[in-house]
Design a protein around this ligand. Structure first.
Ligand code: PGA
Length: 253
């Protein structure tokens, strides 16, 4: 019922020529993958060129962050109005934004609402740290982040929403969470919280991705779980062969 989605988060990597090269390497493989929505999230500087390279394909583009105001005296920021000409998606609240740039749940909520108001699909990231996990607080932390992130989002807007569950300890560490553990968090925590805000039907409609050390060798196991609707891929999205293999694994879902 929910179309699988695989998004590549390139983070702070790739100059414009490097980004174009990667897209050129990705395209032949990605275009053979069916039944999966694919989103590339390069740095802002490469969005324009890549949007041209993706013309005529059904591969989508996303940004990695955004400010909530649409214009004004906010030096260095990029607005939803600027992004909506270039891309369809925007990653919001990634744990690296929370950790290194001090983004709060309230900031993320403002961004989510601004993205939705401008017809950008937010990929809202949530996930507990290692410390929180070891203290048995994963459910509490994730439910608070989902609740705060979606405050004020209407039921109809819920149809244009993606959640990414990314335990912080699994990101970039090579130590992925277990598919069973992720499935349980989504089923027992994320969907019930969404149901409280958006209603049961919409909560079942929203795609929830897993992120954290997803590789070609473990992707199929995650996609085998009914609650895991795809992946937000960091490191492995910078390698064309690996990213195509992950997208292909999602098409088996
Ligand atoms: P990773 O990153 O795949 O390199 O662990 C995932 C993410 O940060 O979105």
């Amino acid at each position: 019922m929910r179309t699988p989605l695989v998004a590549g988060n390139w983070k702070l990597n790739k100059t414009i020529p490097e980004a174009c090269k990667l897209v050129t390497e990705l395209l032949p493989g990605l275009q053979t993958v069916s039944g999966v929505e694919i989103v590339l999230c390069p740095p802002f500087t490469a969005l324009m060129m890549i949007s041209i390279l993706l013309e005529g394909t059904d591969i989508h583009l996303g940004a990695q962050n955004m400010y909530w105001e649409k214009e004004g005296a906010y030096t260095g920021e990029v607005s939803p109005l600027m992004l909506k000409d270039l891309c369809q998606y925007v990653i919001l609240g990634h744990s690296e934004r929370r950790k290194y740039f001090g983004e709060t749940d309230q900031d993320i909520n403002r961004k989510v609402k601004a993205a939705l108001a401008h017809n950008l699909i937010p990929i809202v990231c949530v996930g507990e740290t290692l410390e929180e996990n070891e203290a048995g607080r994963a459910a509490e932390v994730v439910s608070k982040q989902v609740k705060a992130g979606l405050t004020g989002v209407s039921v109809t807007e819920g149809s244009q929403l993606v959640i990414a569950y990314e335990p912080v300890w699994a990101i970039g560490t090579g130590r992925a969470a277990t598919p069973e553990g992720v499935h349980t968090v989504i089923r027992n925590v994320i969907r019930p919280i969404m149901a409280g805000i958006l209603g049961e039907n919409m909560a079942q409609f929203v795609r929830v991705l897993y992120g954290g050390s997803v590789k070609p060798d473990n992707a199929a196991e995650f996609f085998g779980k009914p609650e895991i609707d795809g992946a937000l891929v960091g490191g492995a999205s910078l390698n064309a062969t690996d990213f195509v293999r992950i997208a292909r694994a999602a098409s088996q879902k």
